[in-house]
Design a protein around this ligand. Structure first.
Ligand code: HEC
Length: 123
C-alpha cells in the first residue's frame, strides 16, 4: 500500500516536472520568435523592409533585372507573379535577393509572406 502510494507520488512529481519544463521552453520560444505577422500593412510594415533592403537597386530609376519596386503598384506586381516570395526565400529558379549576399531575417520574410497571403493590399 505504501509502496503504491509512493509510485503515485513519484508519478505526480514527474508529471508536474514535465509540465513546468515544457512551460519554460514555451516561454523561451516566445522570446526567441517574437515576430508578429498579424494584420500586415503595406505602408507600416512592408514598405520599410523593401525600402531598406531593395530600393538601392530597384527604385528611383535604378531597375536591376528590369524590376522596379518603387511604390505599391510595382511591388504588388512582383507579389502577384510570385517573384517576390521566390527571390526573398532564395527559392531555386530565382536570383536570391537582396543581391549582395544577404538575406532578409526570417521575421521579415514571414511578414512579407503574411501580407501576400492576405491579398497584398495597399493599406
Ligand atoms: C545590390 C543590388 C540589389 C539589391 C539590394 C536587390 N536586388 Fe533584386 N535584383 C538585382 C539584380 C542585379 C537583379 C537581376 C538578377 C538576375 O536576373 O540574375 C535583380 C532581380 C530581381 C528580381 C527579378 C527576379 C526574376 O526572377 O527575374 C526581383 C523580383 C528582385 N530583384 C527583387 C528584389 C527584392 C525584393 C530585394 C530586396 C529584398 C532586392 N531585389 C534587392 C539587384 C539587387
Amino acid at each position: 500500500m505504501i509502496r503504491s502510494l509512493l509510485y503515485i507520488w513519484a508519478l505526480i512529481l514527474f508529471i508536474s516536472a514535465l509540465g513546468s519544463c515544457s512551460k519554460a521552453s514555451e516561454d523561451m520560444l516566445m522570446t526567441v520568435q517574437q515576430c508578429d505577422t498579424s494584420g500586415m500593412k503595406y505602408n507600416a510594415d512592408i514598405l520599410p523592409i523593401i525600402t531598406t533592403n531593395c530600393y538601392s537597386c530597384h527604385a528611383n530609376g535604378i531597375v536591376n533585372g528590369n524590376v522596379s519596386l518603387d511604390g505599391y503598384a510595382n511591388l504588388k506586381t512582383q507579389a502577384d507573379n510570385g517573384n517576390l516570395v521566390g527571390v526573398i526565400t532564395h527559392a531555386s529558379g530565382y536570383p536570391p535577393m537582396p543581391d549582395n549576399g544577404g538575406k532578409l531575417s526570417d521575421c521579415e520574410i514571414n511578414k512579407i509572406k503574411a501580407w501576400i497571403v492576405a491579398g497584398a493590399k495597399q493599406d
